[in-house]
Design a protein around this ligand. Structure first.
Ligand code: PRP
Ligand code: MN
Ligand code: MG
Length: 189
């Protein structure tokens, strides 16, 4: 698939699986009391908020790896400005379907690059008064960070290279790859 477009495999399917299980265990331990405490019910389930479209693959695998009842919500956002680097000015394309006031909310992302999308999103969701708000991301690029965002759960810190697969795209392609790879420069040259 995509012959010649992928220069190298950065994170294999097996590594993604293992890390997802590891993160799920951490999250389950941290939230066990909140979501299974006195009077548990639909309103106390952990609420995963996936950021479309990149987070879709991780979100669905992560939700299934979590030994906790979770509910799923999605947001779609788009940053104004150039297509290749986010500006920090974000527009909501699809909002949450429900109110999150009083809920334990965990944002699920595929990657934190500059941190601008997440920084905006956290402020936006925080203003809706959730009981708690944390972030779980599969990937993070420490060398690309422009704004520091408190991220509690990180799968892999990766080098500042263009990566695709497992939800991550270049011009909407490669999201369906089951692993994460670096894109051959010939693709965007
Ligand atoms: C990508 C990625 C993150 C965001 C990270 O989404 O999925 O959501 O960029 O970049 P940042 O840290 O610099 O803000 P993108 O806007 O490409 O949309 P997509 O998820 O639909 O691909
Ligand atoms: Mn995204
Ligand atoms: Mg993208």
């Amino acid at each position: 698939m995509y012959d010649g477009d992928i220069a190298s495999v950065l994170v294999t399917e097996q590594q993604i699986r293992d890390k997802t299980a590891e993160l799920a265990e951490l999250v389950a331990r941290d939230y066990a009391r909140d979501v299974a405490g006195p009077g548990p019910g639909p309103g106390s389930d952990l609420l995963l908020v996936g950021v479309l479209k990149g987070a879709v693959m991780f979100m669905t695998d992560f939700a299934r790896a979590l030994p906790l009842p979770v509910q799923l919500e999605f947001m779609a956002v788009s940053s104004y400005g150039s297509a290749t680097s986010s500006s920090g000015v974000v527009r909501i394309l699809k909002d949450l379907d429900r109110d999150i006031a009083g809920r334990h909310v965990l944002i699920v992302e595929d990657i934190i690059d500059s941190g601008l999308t997440l920084s905006w999103l956290m402020k936006n969701l925080e203003s809706r008064r959730p009981a708690s708000l944390q972030v779980c991301t599969l990937l993070r690029k420490p060398d690309a960070v422009k704004v520091d965002v408190p991220v509690k759960y990180v799968g892999f810190d990766i080098p500042n290279e263009f990566v695709v697969g497992y939800g991550l795209d270049y011009a909407e392609r490669y999201r369906d790859l089951p692993y994460i790879g670096t894109l051959d420069p010939s693709v965007y040259a």
